[in-house]
Design a protein around this ligand. Structure first.
Ligand SMILES: [Zn+2]
Length: 340
């Protein structure tokens, strides 16, 4: 399998909730846990918690919750607060935690083993590892020199040190006629307005389900990202469109792929079609994620790495009965360890 990745010219890597570490609950369970901790707040808006936890019931509940969430800043803020403040596995994942698995996926992508990186996850584990590479202590002399002069290193917990060419991290872009600026290549593609920032030099993470931690103006799209989210909060007026209020940039489940993300998915789907290999890890492909599974199953060279085959059609994909850890270990094994 890993040789297939090495040989491919334009592989895509699609990651789902199964790669979160420590494991976080799936979508419905998150809402369920939030609801149980906020019964009074939900009751205030007329939403009763259902006793039965049957699939159909939780679906109805999540539907009602989604509608309420979209229209109620108080619920949005309470949800964000609950996701980010605390010490549960879920909250740790949202604020980021060092992880070899996520580092290996990010570095494999930066080193060109994968051309496209896709995640359905709300957490920031990939971004956390990516941002680490921009921190000065990953540069050889501990300073922050001219980006192109020094390759960036990363050491995995097994002691393997690998190198990332700075050209994968930075790009020298013209700001005006005679001014140039080093800019980070990576960016996030979630909403339609993000597509405007897709240049030939950008390396996008296709975060197709968004994150409650992203804020967006209905008029100009998402701009307040992750760590910078504290500067602006849900319900604040947009700095450019004071008549608009910021809302979480999030695509809630169940076939109701939000309208703004349809163009993003369309664009990504074209790229998946052109890929010579699609590797999926930790994505069950059930329920609201069926549309991704169907696109992957339509691809002529798709590999699914997961301990359980679940609903994947084994006739259409190559099934690898391993977990994210094994895929990560295999990738670490082929990452360049010499000075790039
Ligand atoms: Zn705006």
């Amino acid at each position: 399998m890993i040789l297939t990745v090495k040989k491919s010219k334009s592989a895509s890597l699609i990651l789902g909730a199964g790669i979160s570490h420590p494991r976080i609950p799936a979508g419905y369970t998150i809402i369920d846990q939030f609801a149980k901790a906020h019964t009074d707040l939900l009751q205030k808006y007329g939403l009763e918690i259902l006793e039965s936890s049957s699939n159909a019931n939780s679906r109805t509940f999540v539907d009602h919750f989604s509608a309420l969430f979209k229209s109620t800043p108080e619920i949005q803020n309470a949800f964000l607060e609950w996701l980010s403040v605390g010490t549960t596995d879920l909250q740790i994942n949202m604020s980021g935690v060092p992880s070899d698995i996520h580092a290996s996926f990010v570095i494999a992508w930066l080193n060109g083993l994968f051309k496209h990186l896709v995640t359905t996850n709300w957490d920031f584990l990939l971004e956390f590892q990516l941002e680490k590479l921009y921190e000065p202590d990953h540069l050889p002399d501990g300073s922050f020199p001219h980006p192109y002069d020094d390759p960036v290193s990363y050491t995995f917990s097994n002691g393997k040190q690998c190198w990332i060419h700075p050209a994968s991290l930075y790009s020298l872009n013209a700001v005006d006629q005679d001014d140039f600026l080093w800019e980070a290549r990576w960016t996030i593609m979630t909403s339609e307005s993000d597509l405007e920032n897709l240049y030939h030099w950008t390396k996008p993470i296709w975060k197709i389900h968004g994150s409650p931690f992203f804020l967006a103006c209905p008029q100009c799209g998402g701009f307040s990202r992750w760590k910078h989210v504290n500067k602006l909060k849900i319900g604040d007026p947009c700095p450019d469109h004071p008549e608009q209020h910021l809302v979480p940039e999030i695509n809630i489940w169940d076939k109701r792929l939000d309208k703004p993300s349809r163009p993003v998915w369309k664009r990504l789907k074209e790229r998946l079609k052109r890929s010579d290999l699609v590797v999926v890890c930790g994505l069950s492909g059930t329920g609201s994620d069926s549309y991704i599974r169907e696109a992957v199953e339509d691809h002529s060279n798709a590999w699914v790495v997961d301990p359980k085959i679940g609903v994947w059609n084994s006739q259409k994909i190559t099934y690898i009965p391993y977990g994210a850890k094994e895929l990560s270990d295999a990738l670490i094994g082929i990452l360049p360890s010499g000075n790039a």
